[in-house]
Write a protein that binds this ligand. Structure first.
Ligand code: NAD
Ligand code: UDP
Length: 316
């Protein structure tokens, strides 16, 4: 049994990770300030004898005797991370410093949830880990992108300078149950709009692409990354290479929900990346032949069922 700290544990990905770690017999501390996460996501874990919930902000130091840390605390949706851009930078940078300090002190392994956003609006396609990216350092997405890039730098420097055992994963667009219905990201927006019979809001002409990964595949990849040898730090891309335009995504969601919602077109937000697709060869080589198993339609069906229940609960 390991003692494991998950920051951002009440969020979308964090809640799945906490559940999986508990199912494997670990002692789990879930730390969150509930900015974008919710107690609802972890309600079913509250009675578990090995689960502990801590209300805490990662911008403040926190100490616990643990063996592993998964550092996920950070708003991930553009709407939420731009709501208080300075706080987003503090969360990424001070959060990384505080959690790395903890890992150093108790000699824990620590994994950083980095992002495909470190590649910005990429000029290389698909994106391998050795691509340095194309990020606007002063644009509206920079609080998130540069915060995560600085966090990667901090992780690498704590490793080189202080011998901290670090792992960096670069997560590509991930979706699934426990996303916040007001999250603002494309999959949750389109599903909620389709289920409510509201217009489907496509930004730009809908030809921009993303590659969508189901959350279970990501959690499997993160667990495997944590178990790699200590001299392997990453960064490693974790995502599903199947790439879709936003119009294709909207059409698939309309088909699966049977909704009669109409697609409407809104202006494209500034610096919105044109395309994104992970090169996952490194993950396949280093994470014990890891590869995504759940394809888009199957994952969307499970996510639609989740939102359908949630909406009937809140409307009922
Ligand atoms: P989410 O917003 O659902 O979860 C983030 C969690 O962090 C929330 O529970 C939130 O309350 C918490 N949090 C935010 N600021 C905090 C702070 N200062 N102190 C403590 N807790 C704080 O988002 P998610 O999709 O679950 O993302 C989790 C992590 O994975 C994030 O670090 C995100 O950058 C990264 N990531 C996600 C995706 C994706 O597609 N979902 C892609 C790339 C990277
Ligand atoms: N998007 C959209 N309609 C929405 C929300 C997002 O067309 O209601 C687009 C957005 O402009 C982007 C893509 O969907 O091109 C993915 O957006 P998301 O915020 O989910 O993730 P990110 O841009 O960070 O990859």
């Amino acid at each position: 049994m390991k003692r494991i700290l998950v920051t951002g544990g009440a969020g979308f990905i964090g809640s799945h990770l906490c559940e999986r770690l508990l199912n494997e017999g670990n002692d789990v501390i879930c730390l969150d300030n509930y900015f974008t996460g919710s107690k609802r996501n972890i309600l079913h874990l509250l009675g578990h004898p090995l689960f502990e919930l801590v209300r805490q902000d990662v911008t403040h130091p926190y100490f616990a005797e643990v063996d592993e840390v998964y550092n996920l605390a950070c708003p991930a949706s553009p709407v939420h991370y731009q709501y208080n851009a300075i706080k987003t930078i503090k969360t990424s940078v001070m959060g990384a410093i505080n959690m790395l300090g903890l890992a150093k002190r108790v000699k824990a392994k620590i994994l950083q949830a980095s992002t495909s956003e470190v590649y910005g609006d990429p000029s290389i396609h698909p994106q391998p880990e050795d691509y340095w990216g194309n990020v606007n350092p002063i644009g509206p997405r920079s609080c998130y992108d540069e915060g995560k890039r600085c966090a990667e730098s901090l992780f690498m420097n704590y490793h080189v300078q202080n011998g901290v055992k670090i792992k960096i994963v670069r997560i590509f667009n991930t979706y699934g149950p426990n996303m916040n219905p007001d999250d603002g990201r494309v999959v949750s927006n389109f599903i909620v709009q389709a289920l409510k019979g509201e217009d489907i809001t496509i930004f730009g002409d809908g030809s921009q692409t993303r590659s969508f990964q189901y959350v279970d595949d990501l959690v499997e990849g993160m667990l495997r990354m944590m178990q790699t040898p200590d001299d392997f730090t990453g960064p490693v891309n974790i995502g599903n290479p199947n790439e879709f335009t936003m119009t294709e995504l909207a059409q698939t969601i309309l088909d699966l929900t049977g909704s009669s919602s109409k697609m409407v077109f809104h202006p494209l937000p500034a610096d919105d990346p044109r395309q994104r697709q992970p090169d996952i060869s490194l993950a396949q080589q280093t994470l014990n032949n890891w590869e995504p198993k759940v394809q888009l339609r199957e994952g969307l069906k499970k996510t639609i069922a989740y939102f359908d229940d949630l909406l009937s609960e809140t409307e009922g």
